[in-house]
Every structure is written in C-alpha cells, then in structure tokens.
Design a protein around this ligand. Structure first.
Ligand code: URA
Length: 324
C-alpha cells in the first residue's frame, strides 16, 4: 500500500498549492511531474525473469513486478512510518511525531526509527500508545469521491484544515489515498483506494490513464477559435519547458464548455494549456479517470465501485504492471 512518504511528491505539490481565486492565474514555479521525484525507487527494472515474480510473504504471496533485488527486498517490507500511517490511519506528520516520541512498539519493544523496515512476517505485534493496531492486509477496494471546490488535495496541512486527508479520516477511510490530485479550485472525480498498485498506476504518467475534464471559460468558447486551439493542443504546446498535449477536445453543453482528454497528469496542465491560448477558465471539473466515471455522484459524496468494476480494474492494473 502506498501512503504519502518523504519521497512522495504529492506532499511537495500540496505545500506548493496556490490559493487563487480565478483559475486562469497560474503560479509559475517549476512544474513537478507527479511522482517524478520518486521514480528511481519505483520504476521497475527488468530482471532475468522479466515480469511479475511471486514473492513469498508469510501466509500470502505478493508480486514484485520485475524489480531488482534491492527493490524487491524493499517491496516485501514497509517502513515503520508507513505501517503506522496505514494501520492507524494517521497523517505522515502525526505518525512521525508519535514514532519519534516513543509511542510505537513493534513486537513489544519501543521502535523510534521511522525508516526501519519490517516485513509482514516479521511483525508479531504493532501498538500505538499501548493500543494494538491490526497488522493484516485490508481487503482491496476502490471508491470514487466528488471533490468539491475549495478542498485541498493534501493528507494534512498545518495551514488549511479543509483537506481530502482530513475528510477521508473523518469518513473512516483508514489507509486510503487518492490517485491524481486536483487543484484546490478544481472539482470532480478523485479515485480512492487502499491498494498502492492501483493508486500508483492511476497516477503515474507511464500508465497514460486518460483523464477527461470539462472546462468552462469566460467568455464561453467560440467554436472556430476552440477548434484551432484543440488542433494545436493535440500537436502539443511547450510551457515552462514541458510539452503539454491533449488526446482529444470537443465543445459540448449549454452554456458551452470544452471537454478535453489528457493522458499525462502534469501539475496545472489544463490551466496551462488554456492559458497558452489566452482562455480564462472559470470552472474545471474532472469527469473521468481511466475506467472510472464521475457519473451523477453528488458533490462531496463517495461511492464504492461495484465488485465487478473493482475486479476488472484490479485485473487490468495487474496485467499492465506485469507487462512493464
Ligand atoms: N489540470 C489543472 O490545471 N488542474 C487540475 O486540478 C487538474 C488538471
């Protein structure tokens, strides 16, 4: 399971999140590709056997996806910080604080090193402030969440309580995280899961999960102008050294909005694409990520995918990971 870690660039993105009242105002700091900073750790490298290799882990078999031995060893284990975050449903900051304060015990002994690694089979007990935490793997699930405007995609933020992380904890989503952040002033679909592979696949640009956005501009898009802009966006534009492009674009609705499909997931990518053509965005809504559609989910609510949908998505992620 992947929870925000110190290498997790989502935390950095979140801190850098601008508070802007109008969507066309874009901060010009260097744009960080999601997960780019963590890639050296998670990009699979081919082993002799190539693809997916079963790794025995106590009672269960886990799969490594053609990773090197060092990474494989790390795969079978998790940092104490991750164990505590995941099993207690805490933010990274809080988990770190409690471990360093000596409030966490592993196998009956105080454990104060957050980066110490433990494999599932090494753990007999894990406790927090003397309270036992579960150490079994949870059932894998996928939910969708309609993030409203003004909610920050952050696990925890000292300056802003209105975070997705806090909402998830209040709603009992222990050990869950989301795939692909949305800006604070954007709204729509977030895919939530307690399965790290799924979140990784839905976030990492390498998997090219298509994301569909509806974009309202002021003034409303004029068909001929938008058609030209879509054609250029499909060819790709350069912004702050990044190549940004859409896969598809169309105008729909009344009042009209632009609907664009992107496969990459760079920071502020829709805003940057539209700003390039002088288009002022007033509303940005994500309606689809890969096989998951927002549908008619009400703002601020959650829905679990059906078992068939979950099974199909997990199977497709596993087969994509196995082919890498
Ligand atoms: N592109 C943006 O500019 N913002 C988002 O929130 C998502 C995609």
């Amino acid at each position: 399971m992947r929870i925000a870690s110190e290498e997790d660039p989502r935390d950095l993105d979140e801190v850098a999140q601008p508070t802007i009242s109008e969507l066309n105002l874009i901060d010009r700091e260097p744009h960080v590709r999601p997960f780019e900073r963590g890639l050296s750790r998670i990009i699979p490298e081919t082993t002799d056997e190539g693809n997916r290799t079963p790794v025995e882990c106590g009672a269960r078999t886990r799969y490594s996806y053609g990773m090197t031995n060092r990474v494989q060893q790390e795969e079978g284990s998790k940092k104490l910080l991750q164990w505590v975050q995941q099993q207690a449903g805490l933010s990274r900051r809080k988990a770190l604080e409690l471990i360093e304060a000596g409030e966490v015990s592993v196998n009956g002994r105080s454990a104060t090193e957050p980066s110490a690694r433990f494999r599932y089979e090494d753990l007999e007990s894990l406790s927090l402030r003397g309270h036992p935490l579960p150490i079994e793997e949870p059932e894998r699930r996928i939910y969708k969440y309609h993030k409203p405007r003004d909610v920050l995609c952050s696990h925890d933020d000292p300056h802003d309580g209105n975070t997705v992380g806090r909402i998830l904890r209040a709603e009992g989503f222990i050990g869950y995280t989301w795939a692909g952040r949305l800006d604070r002033d954007a709204e729509g679909l977030l895919v939530l899961s307690n399965d790290g592979d799924l979140v990784h696949a839905y976030t990492h640009p390498r998997f090219e999960v298509a994301k569909v956005y509806r974009v309202w501009t002021d003034p409303s898009p004029r068909p001929a102008e938008m058609k030209r802009a879509f054609a250029s966006m499909i060819r790709g534009i350069t912004d702050a050294g990044d190549q940004l492009r859409i896969l598809d674009g169309r105008i729909a609705g009344r009042p009209p909005y632009a609907e664009v499909t992107l496969a990459e997931g760079r920071k502020h990518e829709v805003k940057r694409l539209f700003a390039h053509f002088g288009l002022r965005i007033v509303r940005l809504l994500r309606i689809r990520m890969g096989d998951v559609a927002l549908g008619n989910l009400q703002r601020g609510t959650f829905a679990r995918l059906s078992t068939q949908e979950e099974t199909a998505i997990f199977a497709s992620v596993e087969s994509r990971l196995a082919r890498l």
